[in-house]
Design a protein around this ligand. Structure first.
Ligand code: PLP
Length: 396
């Protein structure tokens, strides 16, 4: 008997049956036209999901982290300066990756629970009169704290200061689940991974690369081979890869995009916003708060819940796994123990979400937290009953 429950981690996400089946294909020659036939729609679909009007899509056998490495190593040279704000584990890890690549990272520290500080970013760009900063790195959705940053605002900071640095955006936990506008925001490299909004197994780094970033590639001196965009784009022109691609995952990606577009990207985003709101209603019902400090920062894909004084969020995550077979996310780094995270992205229905919230509540009661059974659940139920979208998500 299978005792499989949905997962409530902010990636990898639950995989729709159609996508699992689409990944399961017989071996085919990746240098044949059969591969080109399944690869081209995947690339074209990524362009639409990212809202690109120009530039290249690059799909690498890797994960989101490999996508960051590819972004940096293809466009920068040792000793180059990049500007990055640190306000969570993923923004921290991107900074660490740059430092290990011999880049000079100008870091703006912000409290965990805040987003990218636009004023400080603009001030740093204005102060850089010698134009040393080559790229601004932004984590669109900080998965550790459940915070969405204002990427359009960072574009304005660049424009207002007349700075020509590139803008690189980590959209690993937002792309495909929250509105993303590569063209409108003037993003030079956007990075996604297969196992979050695209609802696939891990294994693909998915990037959008602007013409400006492609130009920077010509003089970039950081070493790269496996991730070299130049090899990728020349092979793509012939419909293929410079090496053996994960054909099943690429077939799954084409299916994923087909499903997202069948539902409609706007409807997908609305569904995520609705589940995020239902989750926050439950959090308020428990008498708790999101880690994100203001409503405009709330993520649509993950809620990091601040646990009451004297309790440990990791205890809840461990108990949920052991006693109920449900996976939540632990707090990472500075907020380890202080939060637990509820992932609400990818394949999810009203019933699935409510099951996760119910289990979180049972764990709280088991652990002696001062929470009345049903308090959060009822708030989420009320919201889901009254907000539209139940039919949509049930059909998805
Ligand atoms: C998951 C995640 C990553 C890392 O992606 P991997 O696929 O695990 O390498 C990077 N950034 C954000 C915001 C993420 O949520």
């Amino acid at each position: 008997m299978s005792l499989q429950n949905p997962v409530f981690i902010p990636g990898p996400t639950n995989i729709p049956e159609e996508i699992r089946k689409a990944c399961d294909i017989p071996t085919l020659d990746h240098r044949s036209s059969a591969f080109a036939k399944l690869f081209r729609p995947a690339v074209a679909g990524v362009r639409r999901v990212l809202n690109m009007d120009e530039g290249e899509v690059i799909i690498l056998p890797s994960t989101g982290t490999g996508g960051w490495e590819a972004a940096v190593s293809n466009t920068l040279s040792p000793g180059d300066t990049v500007l990055a704000a640190r306000f969570g584990m993923f923004s921290h890890r991107w900074i660490d990756l740059c430092q290990r690549h011999g880049l000079n990272v100008q870091i703006i520290e912000a409290p965990w629970g805040e987003g990218a500080p636009l004023g400080a970013i603009e001030a740093a760009l204005r102060a850089d009169s010698s134009r040393k900063i080559k790229a601004v790195l932004a984590t669109h959705n900080e998965t550790a704290t459940g915070v969405r940053s204002d990427i359009a605002g960072i574009r304005s900071a660049l424009d207002n200061s007349g700075h020509d640095a590139m803008l690189f955006v980590d959209g690993v936990s937002s792309i495909g689940s929250m509105p993303f506008d590569m063209a409108g925001w003037g993003v030079d490299i956007a990075v996604a991974g297969s196992q979050k909004g695209f609802m696939l197994p891990a294994g693909l780094a998915i990037l959008g690369v602007s013409p400006k970033a492609a130009e920077a590639m010509k003089s970039a001196a950081l070493p790269r081979t496996f991730f070299d965009f130049r090899d990728m784009t020349s092979s793509y022109a012939a419909g293929g890869y410079p090496y053996t691609p994960p054909v099943g995952l690429i077939a799954g990606l084409a299916k994923s995009i087909e499903m997202l577009e069948e539902e409609g990207l706007e409807a997908v985003y609305a569904r995520h916003a609705r589940y995020a709101e239902a989750t926050r209603r439950a959090v308020a019902g428990w008498g708790m708060c999101p880690c994100a400090v203001r409503a405009e920062l709330y993520s649509d894909t993950v809620t990091a819940v601040r646990v009451p004084q004297g309790f440990n969020g990791t205890d809840l995550v461990q108990l949920a796994a052991k006693k109920y077979g449900i996976a939540f996310g632990v707090g990472l780094g500075e907020v380890a123990g202080k939060v637990f995270r509820i992932g609400h992205l990818g394949l999810l229905t009203d019933a699935m979400l409510l099951s996760g919230l119910a289990v979180a509540e049972m764990c709280m009661a088991d652990l002696g937290w001062q929470v009345r059974l049903g308090s959060g659940l009822a708030a989420a139920q009320d919201y889901l009953r009254q907000s539209t979208g139940a039919e949509l998500s049930a059909a998805a």
